[in-house]
Structure formats: structure tokens, C-alpha cells
Design a protein around this ligand. Structure first.
Ligand SMILES: Nc1ncnc2c1ncn2[C@@H]1O[C@H](COP(=O)(O)OP(=O)(O)OP(=O)(O)O)[C@@H](O)[C@H]1O
Ligand SMILES: [Mg+2]
Length: 340
């Protein structure tokens, strides 16, 4: 690739501001940030004291005045000021002492994002010192990142199961012909596990514990062999720290209604696909992206229920940000992909 003078002195940056993680792609350097979408801030002064991994490490250890928060909820910016602080920190990290100009920042957004959401993101970007921001359809980004050829004349379908959202997108020859986001994802599975542990074992556990248990024992299909894991938490009866043994059957039962909801939402979207796309999808199947797609047996379950071939994308949680990177190398496509 020939590097122009312009590309040497500027930073083209693509940002996937996810509910659980923020990933940043810097043109020519690849994925330079992949950290939790978390901030620690001092409540009285509202001053940010730690961001990302550092904020996560403070969880459970910080003083009472320090609150650990995510500025996003179900894929939507819930606090523009804090989202701005998060963006600012990660964009600075991505620049890594290089040029201070940031010609362009691409931000992946849901196709049905409201004006208020766009405004919140624009505000956040301005807080982060970025004035040239372009919104890109997350559905297009994830399709490119999942490895589909943008010139392909046949329809490609990708399902991105994130932490707060599930997006179904179909693309034909550079055009997004269908894109739908449902506000359900991996976080809902964690919540179901937290509630189950509370009711079955009288133990209050934090979200990270619930997520760990999901990753260790969670499964979208019924398992024959039972596995167990230990969890520590606070007893709802005595208030003291306690431990419990959790098994994979109770995890399966706890998450099953949510898994079924995600699968149903995907199937509803498949039914809404334009007819010209349906034939291609029937022949080619679909690609799964997003970290939530890593739930054991999810691909198998979706394939069985939708009667389609299902393939898992390579490092599925990075597909959106990789797709933004692909856009930088295809200016025609990039011009067409910009929403606002
Ligand atoms: N091995 C695994 N098994 C089950 N779930 C997993 C696994 N690895 C990651 N996850 C889940 O994937 C989710 C994170 O995925 P991802 O990074 O794609 O989300 P996000 O982009 O932050 O969220 P969104 O796109 O909804 O805004 C979390 O809920 C996480 O617990
Ligand atoms: Mg995502």
C-alpha cells in the first residue's frame, strides 16, 4: 500500500462504542484500543479518575465516593458527558503521541438510531475534541468486518450479538438492504444468572461474576454432562460473604428464556428480509458476529431453529471495528456509507 503524505500526518480513526467494550481502529495500525466501556468518577466533583481497564480494576475496591459506570445502556449513550470523556481518553490513546489532527473519526451506530442518539454522540465527540465525525451504519461495518466482499452481487447476512444489542444486517453490492437492532444481548443473560443465584442460593453477586459463570458454564443447547463452578458473593440473609456451588443445569434454565428471545428476534428479522435477499441467504446461510455469539452452542441452536447454515466470524467481537478499518481503504464505499 502506498502511503500518501496525508495519511502519514493524519489519523483516521474508527470507533465502535459498544455497550461492554470500546474498540478503536487506527488506519495503518489496526485495532489499537480494546477496553471496557467503563469510567470511574468521583461523585462529588464528577471528575473522571480512571477509564477502561483501570476503572474495571477499581470495581469493588474504590472509595464510596467513586462510582464505576458505563456511559452506554443497551447500545445507547445514556450519559453524553461521560461518553465524551470515554471517547476522549481512547482517541488520545489511539493517537499515541502522533499527529494531533484527527481528520476523520468514523463511529458505528445502529441504523435506527434516533436524532437524540446522534446528538448525544455528536456531543460526546465534541467533548472528545473531534469535530469531523461521520456516522456509519453498524450493519454495514459488521458485514465488511465479517469478511464479505462489498462488491458481491448476492445478499450477505450477518447477525451481531453484542452485550446490549443484537443487530441483523443484510447487504447486497455495497448497499444495506436490511438492518435491524433489538435491545437484547449478553448483558441480559448475565442479569438472568444474577437473579437465579439470588433466588436459588440467597447470594448477591456482581455483574463480572455473573459474566464469568456464563462464559464458563452457559450453553444455548441442553448438555448431558453437568459441570459446576464456585461463586462468591454476599448472603441475602446474613449480609456476610459466602460461597455457593452453581451447576450448568441451573445456568441453562436461567438463561434459556433470554436465549429463546434472542433467537426469536433473529428469526423475526429473517422473515422481514426482502424476498430477493431471502433466496441468497437460504443458499449461503449467515455469519455470526459479536461476543455474545461465543455462547457455547449458540451457533448450533440458531442453525437448527432457522434451518440455515451458520458460521462464526473470525474474532467475532471485533467485526464492527474491523469493518470500519476496511472502509478507510475503499473511499467510494466510505462516501456512500456515511449516514450523517
Ligand atoms: N465465550 C463467551 N461466551 C458467552 N458470552 C461471551 C463470551 N465472550 C464474550 N461474551 C459476551 O459478549 C458480550 C460482549 O460482546 P461485544 O463486545 O460484541 O459487545 P459490545 O459491542 O460491547 O455491545 P453492543 O454491540 O451490544 O453495544 C458480553 O455480554 C460478553 O459477556
Ligand atoms: Mg457491538
Amino acid at each position: 500500500m502506498k502511503l500518501s503524505w496525508r495519511s502519514l500526518v493524519t489519523d483516521d480513526i474508527g470507533v465502535d462504542l459498544g455497550t461492554s467494550r470500546t474498540r478503536v481502529f487506527a488506519r495503518g495500525r489496526g485495532i489499537v484500543v480494546n477496553e471496557p466501556s467503563l469510567l470511574a468518577y468521583d461523585k462529588p466533583s464528577r471528575e473522571v479518575v480512571a477509564v477502561g481497564m483501570e476503572a474495571l480494576e477499581l470495581e469493588g475496591r474504590a472509595s464510596e465516593d467513586t462510582q464505576i459506570v458505563s456511559p452506554l445502556q443497551d447500545g445507547v449513550v445514556a450519559d453524553s458527558y461521560l461518553a465524551g470523556k470515554l471517547l476522549e481518553s481512547y482517541i488520545r490513546k489511539a493517537r499515541d503521541g502522533r499527529s494531533h489532527f484527527s481528520r476523520r473519526v468514523l463511529l458505528a451506530v445502529q441504523s435506527d438510531a434516533s436524532d437524540i442518539e446522534h446528538y448525544a454522540l455528536q456531543y460526546a465527540a465534541r467533548e472528545a475534541g473531534v469535530n469531523n465525525i461521520n456516522f456509519i451504519n453498524k450493519g454495514l461495518a459488521v458485514t465488511l468486518g465479517a469478511g464479505f466482499d462489498p462488491e458481491d452481487q448476492r445478499a450477505s447476512l450477518v447477525v451481531d450479538v453484542g452485550a446490549g444489542t443484537t443487530t441483523v444486517a443484510a447487504v447486497i453490492h455495497n448497499h444495506v438492504i436490511f438492518s435491524r437492532t433489538i435491545r437484547v444481548g449478553g448483558n441480559d443473560l448475565d442479569l438472568a444468572i444474577t437473579n437465579m443465584i439470588k433466588y436459588n442460593h440467597g447470594l448477591l453477586v456482581g455483574p463480572r461474576t455473573a459474566e464469568r459463570v456464563k462464559i464458563e458454564l452457559g450453553c444455548a443447547v441442553q448438555l448431558d454432562a453437568e459441570q459446576t463452578t464456585n461463586v462468591k458473593g454476599r448472603s441475602t440473609v446474613t449480609g456476610s460473604p459466602e460461597m455457593a456451588i452453581i451447576n450448568s443445569i441451573e445456568i441453562y434454565e436461567a438463561i434459556e428464556p433470554i436465549v429463546a428471545r434472542i433467537i426469536k428476534a433473529i428469526e423475526d428479522s429473517l422473515e422481514a428480509l426482502p424476498p430477493e435477499a431471502s433466496g441468497d441467504i437460504y443458499d449461503r446461510g449467515l455469519v455470526l458476529a459479536g461476543g455474545g455469539a461465543l455462547l457455547s452452542g449458540f451457533d448450533e441452536r440458531l442453525s437448527k431453529e432457522s434451518e440455515l447454515a451458520v458460521q462464526l466470524a473470525e474474532s467475532p467481537a471485533r467485526a464492527v471495528v474491523r469493518g470500519l478499518g476496511v472502509l478507510f481503504e475503499n473511499q467510494t464505499l466510505l462516501r456512500r456509507a456515511i449516514i450523517k
